[in-house]
Design a protein around this ligand. Sequence first.
Ligand SMILES: Cc1ncc(C[n+]2csc(CCOP(=O)(O)OP(=O)(O)O)c2C)c(N)n1
Ligand code: SF4
Ligand SMILES: [Mg+2]
Length: 302
Amino acid sequence: MSTTAAKKTTAVSLDAEEYAHPGNRACTGCTLNTLYRVGLKALGRDCIFAVPPSCLTVVQGLYPISSSQMPILNVTFASTAAAASGIRAAMKRRGKKTQVVAWAGDGGTADIGLQALSAAIERGEDLIYICYDNEAYMNTGVQRSGTTPKGTLTNNTLSGKAEAKKDVPAIVAAHRPAYVATCSAAFPLDFHDKLLKAKGITGFKYIHIHTPCPPGWGVEDRLAIAVGKAAVESGLYDLYEIENGRFRLSGPSQKLLRKKKLPPVSDYFAMQGRFKALDDAYLQAVQQEVDDKWAGYRERFL
Ligand SMILES: Cc1ncc(C[n+]2csc(CCOP(=O)(O)OP(=O)(O)O)c2C)c(N)n1
Ligand code: SF4
Ligand SMILES: [Mg+2]
């Protein structure tokens, strides 16, 4: 199992080859699009994807007009991790090391595909599972999912979602897979390097990515990256890795440990139309939670 910290990739050292063809049907400003392009560079040509219905199927396109140079199997919602396990078994049988990657949205992961995901982790399948979390069912017009934050306006939570966000990386980590990481689409090179690391580890690898979606979040296209950065830099959304059961803050989140004061989380919420229903009491409660969490991190890691 490889766990050594590799040299960080920069925009200059990134693989110059493009595995995603130019021109696809993503919305302007879609951060999934960037993740996809950069993710393919980390994975390289020898990989196969299992992808359930989602915006990623739109970005990739359907056979025979696909924007990816790698093969994609479009699978049913509930079966992503099971289908990926089947592909891996077939590859093994043929003596091939081809990297199998399940890549799904939050609806396909936190809700509809959760049992197949849990079973595949428990079996210790040698797979990479990527969940891009745009915090709703976006492809069908913004309906709430298990990872939609409390208070969010969606087309079926018209006065704000009543329930809290499901912590999927924590659920996955409770299975003790080989590797768990969280990422943000606002830091695509951090995602690139975590994916590269996952490729070098045997066993089940899970990467969860906070993925701003301009139309679904009520954000101007040009601000999609800024809003993703605000989530991380305010300390609301943490980037971390768990290897062999050991948790560590990583990349941009690790740098926050030594900062005396982080920007208020209200700045992040104020940037987005989907949070218009939040009141001051709620914002203060979230701020308190974030402050307590970072006080705990500082005690533990400094
Ligand atoms: C069994 C089944 N139910 C519903 C749908 C309709 N559907 C297609 S994409 C989608 C939304 C998926 O949401 P998510 O996994 O979060 O991905 P996103 O669209 O946000 O990228 C839904 C509900 C479907 N294709 N199959
Ligand atoms: S709806 Fe959101 S996630 Fe889907 S293609 Fe558009 S910007 Fe990307
Ligand atoms: Mg989604």
